[in-house]
Design a protein around this ligand. Structure first.
Ligand code: MN3
Length: 237
């Protein structure tokens, strides 16, 4: 995510440098948002998440969020040049006529980038949280199992489509929240999530059918804990 936004900013910077006259650079239309490649092959998460689900999820669903976000923001270069995370933090400033489209599709874009980054080939992402994060999990949920149980309950009780998140808490060091549709904690001023799970049916239905709980339980097998640990550290700032 961060790296991608940096590259995007760098690309814009390069474009500006190609036009030494500042005014000329400012007339270059914003390129808009793009769909990045996954950090692994479509079949890398087998058998936990099957290749067909990953392919459709990335090339159809995520691509559609990117396309529709660009469509909604067409001609609004100031917004198109902004990192998606910043847009989601100031949705109230987005023109009302396109606010819902930006919320749904911009949320979809950020959420999926974040989600892809959290996963790795089974066995490659370590066995669980460690250090300060594990300490905070214990302080917040009793044990790692207690955390997973609460996460599962939030995932299965989310009616319809949505996401489950682990974020820095107000009352406890960490808390689990869930959001509908493509909403996320950034939109309500909460800290940047540490972990997030897509519980839309499109994320699991081909393999798990209606058994969302089975998908959630299996998902722990592809979590990239070093990345989650980095998110934990970053969210403290
Ligand atoms: Mn999805």
């Amino acid at each position: 995510m961060i790296r991608r936004e940096f590259l995007r900013a760098a690309a814009l910077g390069t474009a500006a440098a190609a036009f030494p006259l500042g005014a000329a650079a400012r007339t270059v239309a914003a390129e808009g948002f793009t769909l990045d490649k996954l950090p692994y092959a479509y079949d890398a998460l087998e058998p936990v998440i099957d290749a067909e689900t990953m392919t459709i999820h990335h090339t159809k669903h995520h691509q559609a969020y990117v396309d529709n976000l660009n469509k909604a923001l067409a001609g609004k270069d100031d917004w198109l040049k902004m990192p998606i995370e910043d847009i989601l933090k100031k949705l109230a400033d987005v023109p009302e006529a396109i606010r819902t489209a930006v919320r749904n599709n911009g949320g979809g874009h950020w959420n999926h980038d974040f989600f892809w980054s959290l996963m790795a080939k089974p066995g490659a992402g370590g066995t669980g949280p460690s250090g300060a994060m594990l300490k905070d999990i214990d302080a917040s949920f009793g044990t790692l199992d207690g955390f997973k149980k609460e996460f599962l309950a939030a995932a299965t009780s989310r009616f319809g489509s949505g996401w489950v998140w682990l974020i820095r808490g107000k009352k406890k060091p960490l808390e689990i929240v869930s959001t509908p549709n493509q909403d996320n904690p950034l939109m309500t001023g909460s800290p940047r999530p540490i972990l997030g799970l897509d519980v839309w049916e499109h994320a699991y239905y081909l393999k798990y059918r209606n058994l969302r709980a089975k998908y959630v339980e299996a998902w722990w097998g592809v979590v990239n804990w070093p990345i989650v640990g980095e998110n934990f550290t970053k969210s403290a700032a």
